[in-house]
Design a protein around this ligand. Structure first.
Ligand code: NAD
Ligand code: SER
Length: 309
């Protein structure tokens, strides 16, 4: 029998593309998309679901015979700083709801994304190792770091097959990003096309690790499809791709739009970015299950500008 997959938070930046990729793997009818509200474009099968509603989640899992859950619902770094109490509730309780379903053997596998936000200002910032000082200074980062510890605990104590990646900033054009500190690297393309200019909320020289969405989706499927014996880290794996600054991405855009200009008006997100790694050592993911990123900055800029009109 084919697996039955539930994606929670499917209308977002990652969910929009992950659902399509999962449907190629498992078949359209075996992947149930779900979110708080109906999607903007038809996305069947779809169920409205609040990840915080434990009973509704249980009922949906039973009704649809779900075996695997991808939990994407969360509040991201910038928004979470504005609503810390609710961000904590959403990011933690939704995870517990899913981990408990697996502990009680209602489902057999979980994917839950972590983030580079688990690192903090005391972490070595270049080529940040898998194992290092982790003192996150944002509510989002604290929730992801805590979530990682719970995932590992549920695996060790209850053999819950939960897998996770520490995504860097993700770049895509299918759905808008949902309130993160790395979102400038998506917004910049829309403003370049619309107004030939962009005002960055991060300073010119703020380097952050980034990944093109196709790479992120491939990494997600690769870790989930890998033999369990290869997944030696049950908190979350570092995955890296490229690393660039607002000034560097602007220079690359100028190769396509020569009169494009960029200004800098750093806001509260600058402090968040300053606390995160500039580049990531993902050698554990490479060694354990063969991870390797594909897209470089030049390719990403070309693809983004070709698809945003
Ligand atoms: P997003 O904000 O674009 O999408 C999240 C989706 O969850 C939205 O469609 C939203 O409606 C839905 N949602 C919110 N509350 C919900 C609830 N109570 N019940 C059901 N659905 C709810 O986020 P994203 O960028 O797609 O991120 C998905 C996951 O990946 C998050 O855990 C995020 O922390 C993580 N992540 C994302 C990035 C990135 O750059 N996009 C980087 C690192 C980690
Ligand atoms: N892209 C995410 C954010 O900026 C990183 O987790 O919040």
């Amino acid at each position: 029998m084919s697996e039955r997959v539930l994606v929670i938070g499917s209308n977002g930046q990652i969910g929009t593309e992950l659902v399509a990729a999962l449907r190629l793997q498992y078949g359209q009818s075996n992947v149930i998309a779900s979110d708080l509200k109906l999607p903007l474009v038809a996305n069947e099968p779809f169920a409205t679901l609040d990840a915080l509603d434990k009973t509704a989640l249980y009922n949906l899992v039973k009704k649809e015979n779900i075996t695997i859950i991808y939990l994407l619902a969360a509040m991201l770094s910038a928004t979470a700083e504005q609503q810390p109490a609710f961000a904590w509730k959403l990011n933690m309780e939704s995870l517990f709801n899913v981990l408990e379903l697996a502990k009680e053997k209602h489902i057999k596998q979980i994917y839950w994304p972590s983030s580079i936000a688990v690192f903090g200002p005391t972490t070595p910032r270049t080529n940040t190792p898998q194992y290092t000082i982790m003192e996150p200074s944002t509510i989002y980062g604290i929730s992801k770091q805590t979530g990682e510890r719970w995932c590992e605990w549920y695996y060790n104590k209850h053999q819950v097959d939960v897998r996770s990646l520490r995504y860097p900033g993700l770049i895509s054009y299918t759905a808008a990003p949902g309130g993160g500190t790395t979102d400038y690297a998506v917004h910049i393309f829309y403003e370049a096309r619309k107004n030939n200019t962009y005002t960055s909320f991060l300073d010119a020289d703020t380097a952050l690790p980034m990944l093109y969405m196709d790479d992120a989706i491939r990494a997600t499927l690769e870790i989930m499809n890998a033999d369990s014996s290869k997944i030696k880290i049950r908190s979350a794996y570092n995955i890296g791709g490229i690393s660039f600054t607002p000034a560097q991405i602007a220079t690359e855009i100028q190769k396509h739009i020569p009169n494009f200009t960029i200004n800098y008006m750093p806001d509260f997100r600058q402090q968040i970015a300053n606390s995160w790694p500039q580049s990531i050592d993902d050698s554990y993911a490479s060694n354990d299950w063969g991870w390797k990123h594909k897209y470089n900055l030049q390719e990403i800029v070309g693809i983004m500008l070709a698809n945003i009109k």
